[in-house]
Design a protein around this ligand. Structure first.
Ligand SMILES: *Cc1c(COP(=O)(O)O)cnc(C)c1O
Length: 458
């Protein structure tokens, strides 16, 4: 039986959750058109839809909220956040933003011109969309191992350095306003990027005079993976590793809803004074004055505290241990998951659980619905519902390589018995898998259809 370090906290405030009876679940599923995005949260028992903004804040964060300074300009809260950001990330300039995508929007507005390319390991979907919204072309250059779910490579988020060089040579450095890397690689299973790879990425970008930005949403989890897995880092603190990582880059964007353990917030940092001037002007237009960036003063204070709590090594050992534990328990039930377990989520191979359901009948969605039906648990399909599309040239359907169900784990929110409940529910589903059927659309919009589509069982 796998184990992990006990929670380095005890529980002072609780929030009730209720397991509604099977008949009510069936009714809720029907009313939602078998799309879990359309469900009421109160009908969910264990909600693993996302780890974004869903974590539990600490007593220190709630105390900091009471100290929030709501002055429009130059608030004390801003200066407390500034001190934390400078201490942890070490960039010369920064602005707060209301979430990660707001920071991405401003960066893309300032730097991306139509037709230009922005390489990365894999862009997260909001980053991808913000680059495209400015006419840019996001490009993913992750190593091939990332596409093999069984491959246990310790740093499956790495960029393929040979591909990166060849890509820059092909499109020309002048057509690349900045380069990125996402740590950990959310779109690729929450997989980390090694320090060795980060150094090589920085060297390549800088040899072509391309500014290097890190998408830092899960930088603390990435730093802990480096400490655990990369030779030479076991004796360094996670904070030292983070500092080293950011010293390689020219700036970063961050969704603070991840490793800063707040319910709302984001950051944009840069060392470039000219860019910073433009960023501030964009921010004032879209988000707010540069010392609050679309957030309340109290949100800035919660972030300032949460940034440090996210780096706490006892917390990170428990956090990554909990994810690995859930993956191991699910594997014990005979269900394969992307290996190794990522930082924030477990990705189940739905095609392996439901091999009799073809991709055109959505095995990931079928497993997602079954998880709710059996245990009122909410996950998210990452497969054909999200990604299958008609090829404009051939008129043929193009299906994604993998049919996955993602279970994202909110921070400091669920206990080991919740994880056992999830694994036991999946075990029961696996036992009756042969009788589970696929789905068809009754409604599907053109873009981002997974959010609002409706289904009917076959
Ligand atoms: C969540 C996320 C974002 C976007 O952040 P929001 O706060 O949801 O706008 C960007 N990049 C990565 C890697 C993320 O996980």
């Amino acid at each position: 039986m796998p184990t992990y370090p006990p929670e380095p906290f005890r529980i002072k405030v609780t929030e009730s959750i209720r397991l509604i009876p099977p008949a009510e679940r069936e009714k809720a599923l029907k009313e939602a058109g078998y799309n879990l995005f359309s469900m009421k949260a109160e009908d969910i028992f264990i909600d693993l839809l996302t780890d974004s903004g869903t974590g539990a804040m600490s007593q220190e964060q709630w105390a900091a909220i009471m100290r929030g300074d709501e002055s429009y300009a130059g608030a004390r809260s801003f200066y407390r956040l500034k001190a934390a950001v400078e201490d942890i990330f070490g960039f010369k300039y920064f602005v707060p933003a209301h979430q990660g995508r707001a920071a991405e929007n401003i960066l893309a507005a300032c730097l991306v011109k139509p037709g230009q390319y922005v390489p990365s390991n894999m862009h997260f979907d909001t980053t991808d969309a913000n680059i495209r919204a400015r006419g840019g072309r996001p490009t993913n250059l992750v190593i091939d191992e990332a596409f093999d779910p069984a491959n246990p490579h310790p740093f499956k988020g790495n960029i393929d350095i040979a591909k990166l060089k060849a890509f820059i040579e092909k499109v020309g450095a002048a057509n690349i306003p900045f380069g990125m890397v996402t740590v950990t690689n959310n779109a690729g299973g929450g997989q980390p990027v090694s320090m060795e790879n980060l150094k090589a990425i920085a060297d390549v970008y800088h040899s072509y005079k391309i500014p290097f930005f890190i998408d830092a949403a899960r930088y603390a989890e990435n730093s802990f993976f480096i400490k655990e897995r990369e030779p030479g880092y076991a004796h360094k603190s996670v904070k030292e590793i983070a500092r080293e990582m950011f010293s390689l880059a020219d700036g970063m964007t961050m969704s603070a809803k991840k490793d800063a353990i707040v319910n709302i917030g984001g950051l944009l940092c840069t060392n470039d004074e000219k860019l910073f001037e433009n960023v501030k002007n964009e921010l004032i237009l879209r988000e707010g004055f540069p010392t609050y960036g679309g957030l309340a003063g109290r949100d800035l204070d919660a972030m300032a505290v949460g940034l440090y709590e996210g780096l706490d090594e006892a917390y990170l050992a428990y956090r990554l241990g909990q994810t690995a534990y859930l993956a191991a328990r699910i594997n014990e039930a005979g269900i394969p998951t992307i290996q190794p377990a990522g930082g924030h989520a477990v990705y189940l191979d739905a095609a392996a659980v439901l091999p009799h359901i073809p991709q055109s009948e959505f095995p990931g969605q079928a497993l997602c619905v079954e998880l709710y039906r059996e245990g009122a648990i909410r996950g998210v399909e990452i497969g054909s519902v999200m990604f299958a599309h008609m090829d404009a040239d051939t008129g043929q359907m193009v299906y994604p390589k993998l049919e996955l169900l993602r279970l994202a784990i909110p921070r400091r929110t669920y206990t080991q018995s919740h994880m056992d409940y999830v694994a036991d529910t999946l075990r029961r589903i696996k036992e009756r898998a042969a009788s589970i059927r696929g789905y068809k659309f009754t409604y599907a919009p053109e873009l981002l259809r997974h959010f609002t589509a409706k289904f009917q069982p076959l």
